[in-house]
Design a binder for this molecule. Structure first.
Ligand code: TYD
Ligand code: MG
Length: 452
């Protein structure tokens, strides 16, 4: 028997050392170096001779076929869009997200909707538990196989027996390989298991989707190299207390990372939201002060969202400022601009800001709507229902142009808005719009047209 080999790994960045050190040279973290047993065998983890790696030889660049890569339609428009038009055969997709956000639900749902033979491998839940969940989502299906396993060698054996067209792994942190002796979830295990899965996916042209846990600070748990190894990294995010979830691509070798998908968590799984603007705006008929609609663009999609502000006299000495779904520093900056450039006395006021639907937005074009909502709450005058806003605000109090303004205007018009406020400096190439486009350059102009 070969001598057991050990090595030291940084638990933060995955750098390998021959001996223990106090500080990682690569990422400068202290006390992150841990000894792990490594034992490599020069064998492929699967034995079946049917699977052979294609002989790869160098080709002249002109000889490489550029035929459109065939993609598997995952029967879910939002998922397809984020993947860049479907799942590429032989690719590895990593889906990260906070616990309880709905990663397992999303992928089980994808597996159940697919008309292809799918294998869903779970290391976290029993077959019974998954069946109970599946009954809620999509009761009748006879192409989806459920397997509870954590050893990669077992998983490959079952894959060979079932021969699925898509494999889903929930989650990569629960897997372990016999070739490595350290515990499941450790850096070397995650790296080894992912490497085995990649080898298998590329050799058999089977696409795989892996679920990845994330750490406290929002990164995918495990070595950073995990994200380099896979073809696509997706993130599922949202506020657990609300129903909306956003699926984003952080890295995509086969498509744009600007696309995003929106879902609504319901009692029977995740529903695709194809008209996000309509659901994110409340249907209140009577005008309430403190609300304003922003025409934003998230990824590639125009999205109208509602901003709510509450301005009230501070009860305690220090006024409170809090923002949900919006950068609190940016809120403070806008308040300072209102105070200094537009003469509003807000220094002794509590200001609370909320973006409805529990989604968070970092499009600077919502500044104008934020300011409008604050001023509306401050003066207790409601903004009329047909108005929306799309502009950034600069430190001098100037209304700045935003990108893709045409797209925002079209979306606002489509949803029946009668007026949109944008910057005077925006070049608008649209002609014959029904919507009234108000061009402004200063906050004063906004105030006089909204509140007279
Ligand atoms: P889950 O997919 O287990 O999250 P993750 O795998 O990311 O940890 O999602 C769990 C939550 O989703 C749970 O709190 C219940 C909720 N849920 C629904 O609201 N409706 C449903 O149909 C399902 C299956 C789950
Ligand atoms: Mg889960």
């Amino acid at each position: 028997m070969a001598k057991t080999k050990t090595a030291f790994f940084c638990q933060n960045c995955g750098t390998q050392y021959a001996k223990w050190v106090g500080q990682c040279v690569a990422c400068k973290e202290w006390n992150t170096i841990v000894e792990e047993v490594i034992q490599k065998e020069e064998k492929t983890p699967w034995k079946n001779a049917k699977i052979t790696v294609d002989k790869i030889k160098p080709l002249r660049i002109n000889e490489i076929s550029t035929e459109k890569e065939l993609r598997l339609n995952v029967q879910d428009n939002e998922f397809n869009r984020v993947l860049g038009g479907g799942l590429v055969p032989g690719s590895l997709v990593l889906l990260g997200g906070e616990p309880g956000i709905g990663k397992s639900t999303l992928l089980l749902q994808v597996g159940l909707k697919l008309p292809y033979k799918t294998l869903y491998v779970s290391g976290e839940e029993s077959q019974k538990q998954i069946k109970m969940r599946a009954d809620r989502i999509h009761p009748n299906n006879d192409t989806c196989f459920i397997l509870t396993a954590t050893r990669t060698q077992d998983i490959f054996q079952h894959i060979e027996a079932i021969d699925p067209e898509i494999v889903i792994i929930d989650s990569i942190q629960t897997l372990h390989s016999d070739y490595i002796e350290s515990a499941a979830g450790s850096i070397s295990q995650i790296r080894e298991c992912t490497a085995e899965l990649i080898k298998f996916a590329k050799a058999t042209n089977t696409p795989m989707i892996l679920i990845g846990h994330i750490t406290k600070d929002g990164n995918i748990a495990g070595p950073k190299i995990l994200e380099h190894m896979v073809d696509t990294v997706l993130q599922f995010e949202g506020d657990r207390n609300y129903v909306y979830r956003i699926l984003r691509a952080l890295k995509n070798r086969f498509g744009s990372t600007a696309e995003l998908g929106i879902y609504e968590m319901q009692g029977d799984g995740l529903r695709e939201v194809s008209n996000p603007s309509e659901v994110l705006i409340s249907k209140n008929e009577e005008g309430l002060s403190g609300t304003a609609i922003a025409a934003t663009v998230e990824g590639m999609r125009p999205l109208l969202i509602e901003i709510q502000a509450l301005v009230s006299s501070a009860v305690y000495g220090t006024p409170q400022r809090s923002a949900t779904g919006y950068n609190a520093k940016r809120l403070n900056m806008l308040l300072a601009v209102l105070e200094k450039r537009a003469g509003f006395k807000l220094a002794a006021k509590d200001v609370f800001l909320n973006i409805t639907g529990g989604i968070s937005v970092d499009d600077p074009a919502i500044d104008l709507a934020v300011v409008a909502a604050i001023l509306s709450s401050n003066s207790d005058i409601a903004i009329s229902k047909g108005i929306c806003f799309a502009a950034e605000i600069g430190l001098a109090g100037e209304i700045r142009p935003v990108q893709r303004v045409d797209q925002r205007i079209i979306e606002a018009e489509k949803l029946g808005f009668s007026t949109i406020f944008v910057s005077k400096n925006n070049t608008i190439s649209l002609k014959d719009t029904r919507i009234n486009i108000k061009l402004i350059s200063k906050i004063e102009e906004l105030v006089s047209s909204l509140f007279g």
